[in-house]
Design a protein around this ligand. Structure first.
Ligand SMILES: [Zn+2]
Length: 366
């Protein structure tokens, strides 16, 4: 398709795009364009979050040091311009889930409610109290703008057991599956170096097939996928979706694994501000084929934080607009048309999380 027409259609969408901040993302070129862009809330500045929408790095602060002026608004403009229509903000703990909801309500986005495996030690002081608080938070936020659309981020992370042991992680992964069944919500799942136990717990809790529909579940997505091909096949056979970001495209082995994810089960995300695609990654050769106009939208030239220029992105800090670049690499790897994979990712996201208002938005018609 001609690049100019492509841009025009994207530009139209900018008017209808939601302001974005956090997580699933959708954009739509000729047809629909889409993605989930995870933006874990624990990267945000908890003190000013609900008031100022502050993420330290997007406010110019890196490890507590101010390196440049606030450019959060610029980041949002870049995202919208790249077609990012909305986001799901992930909750990584009880308190972060509350913040995710506040942010989602403030900006007409969506949130997840749950506890990340590395944070699951938080349950231990008062397991039933913590669980009940999550339960009530979900129950009170199931409808309207800024609602909770998934249980999670939950799962297992055996690469990081210093905050919560494998046993503690398993216990509270299992308990959160009960919330997905109770509220018939999809799961937002995290699995690192734990595939065997991860899949076993899901199976034992009734999620072994059809995304757990027989026990009240509604499927889910295993995000930031970095496993071997067989792991993706296992998730798909169990009825789950698999989400890809820059970390999923680092090596040739990663690319081979992404290749087996069938389009009807794929989603795209960035995990910003982490998981940037870099020049040393296997994704690089495909990024090189990105047309200049799309490159400018998805992966504009970045400057070092110390040499900050207002309006330009900062090196090493991933942003939601890069989700288009992720989709581009996947389309090359899977050898399917870009518009097709983007449209499929969009539809998968809207359907899984029940984002009905996005599906019905007539302004999305190209
Ligand atoms: Zn994760």
């Amino acid at each position: 398709m001609p690049a100019a027409g492509y841009n025009m259609r994207l530009a139209e969408l900018i008017y209808s795009a939601f302001p974005c901040v956090g997580l699933p993302i959708s954009a739509h070129p000729p047809s629909n364009y889409c993605c989930i862009c995870t933006f874990p809330i624990d990267t945000l500045d908890h003190h000013s979050l609900t008031v100022n929408l502050t993420d330290p790095v997007f406010r110019g602060r890196y490890h507590g040091r101010k390196k440049h002026q606030d450019d959060f608004a610029h980041m949002l403009v870049r995202s919208k311009r790249a077609g990012v229509a909305s986001m799901i903000i992930t909750g990584g703990s009880l308190s972060e889930s509350k913040q995710a909801l506040n942010l989602a309500k403030e900006h007409n986005l969506y949130a997840t409610i749950g506890c990340h495996p590395t944070r699951s030690g938080e349950f231990e002081k008062d397991p039933s109290g913590y669980f009940q608080a999550l339960d009530e938070l979900i129950g009170a936020n199931l409808s309207g703008p800024g609602r909770a659309v998934a249980v999670g981020e939950c799962g297992l992370d055996y690469d990081r057991t210093h905050f919560a042991s494998t046993v503690v992680q398993q216990r509270h992964f299992r308990s959160q599956l009960a919330l997905a069944k109770k509220y018939h919500l999809p799961l937002f799942l995290h699995s690192r170096a734990a595939h065997g136990d991860f899949v076993q717990i899901l199976r034992e809790e009734g999620f072994g097939e059809d995304g757990g529909r027989a026990v009240g579940g509604r499927g889910g997505v295993v995000h930031s996928f970095t496993g071997p091909p067989q792991d993706a096949i296992d998730y798909i056979n169990m009825g789950f979706h698999v989400s890809v970001n820059g970390c999923s495209l680092k090596t040739e082995e990663n690319l081979a694994a992404v290749k087996v994810i069938v389009p009807r089960r794929i989603m795209f995300e960035t995990d910003a501000p982490w998981c940037s695609m870099t020049s040393t990654h296997a994704s690089r050769k495909h990024i090189d084929s990105l047309p200049a106009d799309l490159r400018e939208l998805f992966l504009p030239r970045a400057v070092r934080a110390e040499a900050f220029v207002p309006g330009q992105p900062v090196k090493g800090r991933n942003e939601p607009n890069a989700v288009g670049g992720v989709a581009w690499v996947v389309h090359k790897v899977k050898e399917v048309p870009f518009e097709e994979i983007v449209e499929q990712g969009w539809r998968n996201t809207v359907e899984l999380f029940g984002l009905r208002e996005l599906a019905d938005d007539p302004s999305r018609e190209a």
